[in-house]
Ligand binder design. Structure first.
Ligand code: ASP
Ligand code: MG
Length: 440
């Protein structure tokens, strides 16, 4: 079985849905994971915000706008009345639910149910469309098998058992369709895997049914060596290892949800990133094999919204147990640390979730001095630096000789150098690396 996940733009219009057919109807047995049509989840977030703010009129207007969009899609997509009617019934049911929220209590529970609608709609539209044109397919309800445990992590045992059972009920069926992103929590309520989570669904279901491959179909020809939103000349990278791809996804390469790699890596299932607009392009293949082709830097990515914390104490000098005390404070407030650098009397570290920052700083101040800097960006340089014969560190640093660097972390793994810079310098840094490291 192959998993093929299509993102929002790949199902974003009638034309895109029609162009999907050759990509999913090719004689291979597969499970197709779909995102919501592009713009829908954002619209549902806006609708939720309006309900939270008790702006029912605004919410209702936003709901009507979205409903009209879907009515138009139904008009343009279906030729036969029976299928248009089936799709209309689903649309009416969910827009009816949305409208019924006006004047009622709106809480996180309702919000999660609202955010799930985008994927429910896109999968039904595609399911009926394929039936109309004679492509047999079975729609599986992700809410019946995608489950989180009490810690909020995917319950792999349940997912695997339930999905295997459901698929086995259709031994002759070639094409299964399901929703990305949405799931149930341990209480059975509707929940989700966070924004962009359809990629994560794809690798979770791939791991759950031991798929041969997980394909992420998107609107760009794979992971690029640099961020094409900020830098002109970038190129796709054809091969990455799981570890390299995980670092890039975590440190800002927006193309892949950061949790996507792990489930596939644990089951050694290759993940490829492909372009629906140009399906013949090679894209990026992510596998366990460390790529021998080129030593040195493969790609850079940047992650904004980082807070740096500098901790100083003369008591650290020649003392042991100091780092433990510092880490315990972060652990207590469930705040992950990303980068860390140390000297004999000071530590600098970064966090990307400042929700408990004040508490953390207060507790640290009991035993050391603390300085906090916001608006920082981590620039992550990924590649194969196993035996740094190629002078990677020198190339990176000389490309950035005019930029103040707040932290450098090198040697933690064989495929990463991370730098902390001011966010205002990010684009300049990415461009300088493109020139100095990639020669572009
Ligand atoms: N529809 C969700 C989002 O926009 C999930 C996804 O597309 O991956 O975040
Ligand atoms: Mg995405």
């Amino acid at each position: 079985m192959i998993i093929k996940k299509f993102g929002g733009t790949s199902v974003g219009s009638v034309e895109r849905i029609q162009k999907l057919v050759p990509l999913i109807h090719d004689g291979q047995r597969k499970l197709v994971v779909l995102s919501a049509m592009s713009g829908t989840t954002n619209a549902l977030v806006e609708i939720s915000s309006a309900f939270y703010a008790l702006q029912d009129e605004k919410a209702t207007q936003l709901i009507l706008n979205l409903e009209n969009k879907y009515k138009q899609v139904i008009k343009d997509l279906y030729k036969q009345e029976t299928y248009a009617a089936k799709a209309t019934k689903v649309i009416d049911e969910w827009f009816g639910y949305l409208k019924s929220l006006a004047g009622n209590v709106f809480s996180n529970l309702q919000e999660r149910a609202v955010l799930a609608i985008g994927e429910i709609l896109s999968t039904h539209l595609v399911h009926f469309y394929l039936l109309e044109i004679g492509v047999e397919n079975v729609l599986l309800d992700a809410l019946s098998f995608m489950k989180l445990n009490l810690q909020g992590e995917p319950d792999m045992e349940f997912i695997s058992k339930e999905l295997t059972l459901q698929v086995a009920q259709y031994p002759d069926n070639q094409l299964f369709i399901t929703q990305g992103y949405i799931c149930r929590n341990a209480l059975g309520e509707t929940a989700n895997l966070q924004r962009g989570g359809s990629d994560y669904t794809a690798s979770l279901v791939g791991a759950a049914i031991n798929a041969n491959e997980v394909q992420i179909w998107t609107d760009i020809d794979g992971m690029h060596n640099n961020d094409p939103r900020f830098v002109d000349k970038t190129y796709p990278i054809h091969e990455l290892s799981f570890d390299e791809a995980a670092e890039l996804a975590y440190f800002g390469a927006k193309i892949l949800h950061p949790s996507t790699i792990l489930p596939a890596k644990l089951k050694n299932i290759p993940v490829s990133i492909l372009n629906t607009m140009a399906p013949d392009q090679k894209g990026t293949m992510i596998t366990a094999k460390p790529t021998q082709d080129n030593q040195g830097v493969k790609a850079v990515a940047a992650k904004d919204g980082i807070t740096a914390i500098r901790i100083k104490s003369s008591r650290m000098l020649l003392a042991y147990g100091f780092l433990r005390k510092v880490f315990e404070v972060f652990e207590k407030y469930k705040t992950p640390i990303d980068l860390i650098t140390t000297s004999e009397v000071a530590i600098s570290l970064t966090i990307d979730n400042p929700h408990a920052l004040d508490n953390i700083v207060n507790e640290l101040k009991d035993f050391c001095s603390v300085e906090v800097e916001h608006f920082q960006t981590i620039v992550c340089v990924v590649g194969n630096f196993a035996l740094d014969k190629s002078g990677v560190a020198r190339n990176v640093l000389s490309a950035l000789e005019h930029i103040p660097i707040r932290m450098i972390s090198y040697g933690g793994s064989e495929n990463n150098i991370s730098l902390l810079i001011e966010s205002s310098r990010k684009i300049e840094v990415l461009k300088a690396l493109n020139k100095g490291v990639f020669g572009l």
